[in-house]
Design a protein around this ligand. Structure first.
Ligand code: FDA
Length: 307
């Protein structure tokens, strides 16, 4: 109930403008977001890259303005050239949301998003790195997977994201477990109806394990995105049983979430990648982080109270 309320607030322009006008929120936002500009993003990537890998996300979503799509493509090009210049391409890739690239435009949205994503993939290839395409709400899943399939024709290293809470995902894992296929498996962060998604935590966790079995037993490069101790232990066990070694799969966590655990997993010789968002459009991303862990609300309330 609380999670649904927070996720509804994530989509409310009214709540958004109230939050953006609240300076006391900044320290809590800073826990999850690595600053508003590319300098902060590259600096954070450099710090994390000493023991971890990174995927950087230029924040933004649900764009309905073609000019904004061009601004986003340019932001990624700048980011990628800055990463190359800083010698970080071997440790850092980028994550992209197709809704920031015009996927929801009423005319030719899918075509616009594919074209923009292709230009970002070309810039990433030029910089010596890769792109992973984030997954958004279930109404976009077919379109997003179809765009990823197209991108992979020219850029085979392009990563896809699958969400274990969707009932369809075990089958999508089987489709995407082929040689070289990079797939990030997460639980899923949107408020989805029971007709398409498991709503119960234990059902989502069981689905996550079924998906792990398919991906780790396949021939691709699974990217295990969770902070859940139980699922991490199961993933390590399944990876060992499947004869996986450190270079052929990886663990992923969000910037600001369980950093000690991130470091411990990296120190055990695993590949650990941190998802680092930056930019001014932090509001919906931040609200989804609140929705994942209601305890975060206590910090939020304290910050509001201190104002
Ligand atoms: P769960 O929510 O059960 O959390 C397990 C434990 O982790 C908690 O008990 C707590 O200790 C800690 N934790 C988790 N979230 C926290 C938070 N916000 N603050 C503090 N502690 C927290 N989703 C999506 O729909 N599309 C996408 O493209 C992506 N991409 C993505 C990339 C990466 C690298 C990660 C790690 C996650 C995503 N997600 C995502 C988000 C994902 O779907 C999911 O909502 C979160 O990872 C939380 O789920 P957990 O698996 O961590 O389990």
């Amino acid at each position: 109930m609380l999670r649904s309320t927070l996720l509804a607030a994530a989509r409310s322009p009214h709540c958004r403008s109230a939050a953006e006008r609240t300076p006391f929120l900044r320290p809590i936002v800073d826990r999850f977001v690595a600053g508003t500009d590319v300098d902060s993003a590259v600096r954070t990537a450099g710090e994390l890259a000493t023991d971890r890998f990174v995927t950087l996300d230029h924040l933004g979503e649900d764009t309905t303005d073609r000019r904004q799509v061009e601004v986003t493509v340019e932001a990624y090009r700048t980011l990628l050239s800055r990463l190359a210049w800083a010698g970080l391409s071997g440790r850092a890739e980028v994550s992209v949301k197709l809704s920031a690239l015009g996927q929801a435009l009423p005319v030719d949205g899918e075509k616009v998003a594919l074209d923009a994503a292709r230009r970002i993939c070309a810039a990433a290839a030029g910089a010596g790195t890769t792109v992973t395409v984030d997954m958004e709400d279930h109404t976009t899943t077919d379109s997003t997977l179809s765009i990823v399939r197209d991108l992979r024709l020219d850029f085979p290293g392009t990563g896809a994201v699958l969400q274990a809470y969707l009932r369809r995902t075990e089958a999508d894992c089987a489709d995407l477990a082929g040689p070289g296929s990079r797939v990030r498996l997460c639980k899923g962060a949107y408020d989805e109806p029971a007709s398409v998604a498991f709503r119960d935590k234990s059902e989502v966790d069981r689905s996550y394990v079924r998906c792990l079995r398919v991906l780790l037993g396949g021939q691709g490069h699974p990217m295990i995105a969770t902070h859940d101790d139980r699922l991490l232990a199961i993933a390590e066990d399944l990876a060992a049983r499947a004869g996986r070694t450190a270079g052929d799969h990886e663990f992923q966590m969000l910037y600001g979430v369980r950093p000690d655990l991130q470091r411990r997993i990296a120190a055990r010789g695993h590949r650990m990648r941190v998802y680092v968002p930056y930019g001014t459009e932090w509001y919906p991303y931040f609200m989804r982080r609140l929705g994942e862990r209601p305890a975060n609300l206590a910090f939020f309330a304290r910050a509001l109270g201190s104002g």
